[in-house]
Design a protein around this ligand. Structure first.
Ligand code: ADP
Ligand code: MG
Length: 370
């Protein structure tokens, strides 16, 4: 159209002045029309792209002795104002319930509560995690046990700090007497009952997963559809990333010397949770023997089954988190058998052979890339 116009101007300019004047007015009119059309077109394209355009917001903070990160993909003009406050509020609430680092948390008060056979009232958060814990305990035949913490402490992986030495057998045996998740009853609608006065509960291997699920629920309830929630490596991914592709997470190479960003395998997630448990960072060595922070509640010793990492994909992060720790104790044979038996649950177990080689045991439907 513009070319056409220029051509006309050249042609007309060769004629007499009057004609040229008239043509110029005509041409201005035409140009104005073009500009108007272009402006309308441009505004329309802008409006359409603005509707289509997306943004990724990143919210970061600290909780449960670690960091959290939330990524939310929204429409270009959609606001997330006040969202971080809501997330922090929810996480503070969960910590007040299940943090053993807070003296006045529900869990700490329950651990000090010495009356057997008496009901101890708990919040819905604590109740839900206790119910999931019972399920993990049952599925793992007691390999996962929420009452194991006195042993974790004795081995130097708890609040009392690192010892880097093997405890006396007599101390291990003494503590074993009060270990056993069956010593705690969980009653509807929200009560715990101790069967042994000295039994205590620690949910550190499952609570992060619960925190992730709760933040994911909060985002869903706020109307968001595309987001990724991560607390200390435990994840829930909903919808799609900014580029429209599926969320993708990396499994860290399960080696003590591996950098935190060294990727062993990548996994695509879509409305799924992902949790990892590993003993390649938290351990000590005496006389060439490695002692892990994951304790077998049946004999009181750190597990030594060669499993160095377990990653689980499931619908719930609470479940994935607890199961990953459970399988660290169960070992690769029964662990893999359990994952394959569960619907909508996939996973990868990595075993370190005595010669140092890493061997992968993926579940039947586990899909990953390098
Ligand atoms: P992290 O919390 O380091 O991400 P995990 O989720 O695997 O790793 O949890 C490990 C923690 O679980 C240990 O630090 C300990 O407090 C606890 N733990 C150790 N052994 C067991 C067990 N057999 N059952 C339940 N919890 C355990
Ligand atoms: Mg765990």
């Amino acid at each position: 159209m513009l070319d056409d116009c220029l051509f006309k101007w050249e042609r007309l300019s060769s004629r007499d002045f009057n004609i040229y004047q008239i043509s110029l007015a005509e041409q201005n009119q035409r140009m104005a029309k073009i500009y108007l059309t272009l402006t309308i077109l441009f505004s329309f394209v802008l409006a359409v792209t603005a509707c289509e355009a997306k943004r990724e917001h990143v919210i970061q903070g600290r909780t449960m002795g670690t960091t959290y990160q939330v990524k939310v993909v929204t429409g270009y003009f959609q606001s997330i104002s006040g969202l971080k406050e809501k997330i922090d509020e929810r996480l503070v609430e969960i910590n007040r319930s299940m943090s053993t680092y807070q003296k006045d948390s529900e869990i700490s008060r329950f651990n000090r509560f010495k009356k057997t056979g008496k009901k101890f009232r708990i919040s819905i958060d604590f109740f839900r995690v206790m119910r999931s814990s019972q399920e993990i305990h049952r599925l793992s035949n007691g390999a996962w046990d929420g009452t194991v913490h006195p042993l974790v402490d004795l081995w130097g992986f708890g609040r009392s700090g690192r010892q880097n030495k093997v405890p006396q057998k007599i101390k291990i045996t003494a503590l074993l007497a009060d270990i056993g998740f069956a010593n705690i009853e969980v009653l509807e609608p929200g009560f715990l009952v101790k069967k042994r006065a000295a039994v205590t509960v620690d949910l550190s291997s499952i609570a992060k997963g619960y925190g992730v699920d709760q933040v994911a629920d909060l985002l869903r309830n706020q109307g968001f559809q595309n987001y990724l929630v991560e607390i200390g490596g435990e994840i829930f991914a909903a919808g799609y990333r900014l580029d429209g592709k599926q969320w993708r997470v990396g499994i860290n190479r399960p080696r003590a010397e591996a950098a935190f960003n060294e990727v062993y395998k990548v996994v695509d997630l879509h409305n799924q949770a992902f949790a990892t448990s590993g003993d390649y960072r938290n351990f000590f060595e005496v006389d060439g023997v490695r002692y892990s922070h994951v304790i077998d509640p049946r004999n009181g010793y750190p597990v030594a089954n060669g499993v160095v990492g377990v990653s689980i994909v499931a619908d719930s992060c609470t479940f994935a988190d607890g199961l990953a720790t459970a399988i660290m104790v169960m070992g690769h044979d029964s662990g893999l058998e359990l994952i394959n038996r569960l619907d909508e649950v996939e996973g990868l177990i990595v075993v370190e052979r005595p010669d140092g080689r890493l061997v992968d045991y993926p579940s039947r439907g586990f899909v990953s890339g390098d």
